[in-house]
Write a protein that binds this ligand. Structure first.
Ligand code: ADP
Ligand code: MG
Length: 489
């Protein structure tokens, strides 16, 4: 049957689907697997999409087709576009309807030892791979050489020297240093986790730099879990899984970043699990990062979770105000610019999401000052970061703050105005006053009035007290930070 013409509305909605998917799966996966797809035609209510190779078709069907179909609310059919036009009746088609059963093509089966069964028909009979998305194979000499070739490049800025330590990251930092400075495996694995932009990758690079510096003969591989997966898949396709295993199983230190990425990717998990075990058995060091704790990783097999939990799990917490100021000062010094304390305070109060954003804001402020040839000032910073701040700066009222804080600490909102002085209500009240000062433009007397007619000196005292406590008590600091974030979003 020949296909109908695809109208413009379909192409436009297809572009939207692709845009969402790009955001979902990340640039690298998108470029490798999704970009090469082309909408060809429609047959009945089915949109037909072509991909260049059979391998790709299988991969897309196994991993993305359901999602595409669901996002698009259309039935889709994915076929391999050979030079002679779409193949038909030869098993090259794969159809997917929205919200149906999982896609028909299973993940690559592996045996208990992680070997690929030789008779897997999809690989034995697969046509020669098309070079469109192959990665180059490294020239192999000594082991350290191999590690260097395989390892992703390390960012020269991401060293221990450049890492600012504060309460939220001191534990992770100490663990990372310990791993970097010892010649034998310490905790296996070291598992670093925390939200985006909080320094996981930085710490991993720092470990790698340090180890290479201490002993250039030790082989260190650092790579993202995503890259690990691509390499594994390529090895499968090129039937070079033995080489693949050798590369990984002979390293001294293996670091895999953002391991949450392989959640749900069963055959990659399987391979990773075996690589992991082989290295641990030989006493090699493994360092893993993820955005969640091992137990909370989604789509991860239980045995892998429990393995990841076996070593040392170190959590990087959200930044505190103090850490943000520390980071600003360190980065400003590196950039060789003067940032007045008022501007530091402003940035540390306003850009709270993560270190990456903070860095971005500082760079913008610095670039602007350089461009106009003037010193950095509060006005210029406010001006330059206008859009960024506005996004964070929804107007919050004192009443909202009181309500949120009261419910967070499990007290009645009326206690914000009451005369009760028990610690259990006085402390939350102080937090609310502090947040009112930080997040609204009300004056101290105005804030005092809203808290049952208290004096402005009481508010001042509350602000000082909370600042003092956040410095001493990381748990408390996190509570305050969390509240701030909830109120600002
Ligand atoms: P993650 O991997 O956790 O998403 P990154 O390690 O990429 O975060 O950190 C984001 C940016 O913030 C990087 O440029 C990194 O150098 C910087 N950064 C994060 N934490 C710190 C810190 N404690 N001191 C200095 N720079 C930091
Ligand atoms: Mg990272």
């Amino acid at each position: 049957m020949t296909g109908g013409i695809v109208d413009i509305a379909i192409i436009e909605s297809w572009d939207e689907v692709m845009t969402s998917l790009r955001a979902e799966v990340g640039e690298a996966a998108f470029d490798s697997w999704l970009k090469p797809m082309t909408v060809r035609d429609m047959v009945g209510d089915q949109v037909r999409i072509s991909v260049p190779t059979r391998f790709m078709r299988d991969w897309v069907v196994a991993h993305y087709a359901d999602r595409i179909s669901a996002l698009w609310c259309r039935n889709i059919e994915i076929f391999v576009q050979s030079d002679h036009g779409p193949g038909e009746g030869d098993g090259k088609m794969a159809r997917v309807a929205p919200a149906t059963e999982p896609a028909p093509v299973a993940n690559v089966a592996t045996t208990a030892t992680g070997e690929i069964p030789a008779a897997d028909p999809r690989f034995v009979n697969a046509p020669a791979p098309v070079p469109a998305y192959t990665l180059s194979t490294p020239v192999i000499t000594g082991m350290a050489q191999v590690a260097l070739e395989i390892s992703a490049p390390l960012d020269p800025r991401c060293t221990f020297d450049n890492f600012v330590v504060g309460k939220p990251n001191e534990f992770a930092h100490a663990a990372a240093q310990r791993v970097a400075e010892s010649d034998t495996a310490q905790f296996n694995p070291l598992f670093l986790y925390g939200g985006v932009g909080l320094g996981k990758t930085h710490l991993m690079h720092a470990i790698a730099w340090k180890i290479r510096q201490r002993d250039p003969n030790r082989t260190v591989i650092y790579m993202s879990a995503e890259k690990f997966m691509y390499r594994f898949i390529r090895a499968l396709r090129e039937q070079k899984t033995v080489d693949f295993k050798d590369h990984f199983r002979n390293v001294d230190v293996l670091m895999i970043d953002d391991v949450q990425f392989i959640g749900g990717k069963d055959s990659t998990q399987e391979e990773f699990f075996h690589t992991f075990n082989a290295l641990v058995d030989q006493g090699r060091q493994i360092v893993i990062s993820a955005d969640k704790s091992p137990s909370d990783l989604e789509g991860m097999e239980d045995r892998l979770k429990s393995r990841l939990n076996c070593g040392l799990v170190a959590d990087i917490h959200a930044t505190t105000y103090e850490l943000r100021v520390g980071i600003l000062q360190a980065k400003a010094e590196k950039l060789g610019i003067e940032i007045p304390p008022k501007v530091q305070e402003f940035l540390a109060h306003k850009i709270t999401a993560n270190v990456r954003e903070l860095e971005g804001a500082l760079n913008r402020v610095a670039a602007h000052a350089q461009l106009v040839g003037r010193e950095v000032s509060l006005e210029s910073a406010q001006d330059v970061l206008h859009d960024l701040i506005r996004a964070n700066d929804r107007r919050v009222t004192i009443e909202e703050i009181q309500k949120k804080v009261a419910s967070h600490f499990n007290i009645r909102t009326s206690d914000m105005h009451s005369a009760r002085r028990a610690r259990s209500v006085a402390r939350p009240r102080q937090v609310a006053m502090y947040l009112a000062k930080q997040l609204t433009s009300r004056s101290l007397p105005e804030i005092g009035r809203k808290f049952g007619g208290r004096d402005h000196t009481t508010v001042m005292h509350a602000v000082k007290k909370v600042e003092e406590l956040t410095e001493r008590d990381a748990g408390f600091a996190e509570d305050v930070e969390l509240l701030r974030r909830m109120l600002e979003s």
